[in-house]
Design a protein around this ligand. Structure first.
Ligand SMILES: CC(C)(COP(=O)(O)OP(=O)(O)OC[C@H]1O[C@@H](n2cnc3c(N)ncnc32)[C@H](O)[C@@H]1OP(=O)(O)O)[C@@H](O)C(=O)NCCC(=O)NCCS
Length: 208
């Protein structure tokens, strides 16, 4: 049993509190810009606008409970601000997730229920492999990437920093997606994407 605090008080924070409880860990509380009241019974510990002011009240382990529905989010900046104060972001693998041997996950990355990460894959920091998303063998993912529920990466896919792959989107084997792309829900990526932007449809085409 380890003791965590959670950064964030919204939906993704609730998911992480649940995952940590089911792994047998204790969550002392959460920090957030707003007091949302107790989150799944977990109390508010303070405002995280200035990390140095709240850090003394926190246990040493942090879960990054700020979600990501756009390319630009402060997730990596939050992680680095807390790390600079000596706190750590362990990888969280939910009890309903499968992570093969030979997988590497960076600090603050989470793999949620029903998700599978297959051998040989490497994910950077602050990634979310959301419910039922799959990362097949030998994929390479950068930092701060969100694979939304049901997203499917076939073997050998590469994705650059800060991308989001929407709900149910699929990437065929060995395609690469450059940094700062948003792949829309249900899209099918069949060619390499080399220009940052938003892509939707089958085959995926750029709309912004
Ligand atoms: C792709 C996306 C970012 C576009 O959002 P947006 O910039 O607000 O764009 P709009 O909703 O204005 O749509 C622009 C056009 O693209 C179409 N479009 C939007 N999303 C689409 C999608 N996923 N697939 C196909 N077409 C899509 C719209 O129908 C619209 O077409 P129109 O101009 O002919 O009416 C968004 O729709 C999306 O799919 N986001 C992923 C959400 C997700 O997976 N969340 C998971 C959270 S855990």
């Amino acid at each position: 049993m380890k003791e965590f605090c959670v950064v964030g008080g919204g939906g993704h924070a609730r998911v992480l509190v649940q995952a940590l409880h089911r792994l047998g860990h204790r969550v002392r509380g959460y920090v957030s810009l707003r007091d949302e009241g107790p989150v799944m019974g977990v109390p508010y510990l303070g405002r995280d606008g200035d990390v140095s002011e709240v850090v003394a009240t926190l246990p040493g382990l942090v879960a990054l409970g700020v979600g990501k529905i756009a390319i630009v989010t402060p997730r990596l900046a939050i992680l680095e601000a807390y790390q600079a104060q000596g706190l750590q972001f362990p990888v969280i693998q939910s009890s309903g997730a499968i992570v093969h041997e030979g997988v590497s996950l960076g600090a603050g990355s989470v793999v949620l229920d029903g998700a599978v990460v297959v051998t040989g894959s490497r994910l950077g920091r602050a990634c979310i492999v959301n419910t039922n998303a799959t990362v097949d063998h030998d994929c390479r993912l950068g930092d701060d990437i969100h694979l939304a529920p049901g997203a499917t990466l076939s073997g050998g896919v590469e994705i650059g920093d800060r991308c989001m792959v929407g709900t149910g989107a699929s990437l065929i084997h060995a395609v690469s997606v450059c940094a700062d792309c948003l792949i829309g829900a249900g899209a099918t990526v069949v060619h390499d994407i080399v220009t940052p932007g938003t892509y939707v449809g089958t085959p995926a085409r750029r709309i912004a």
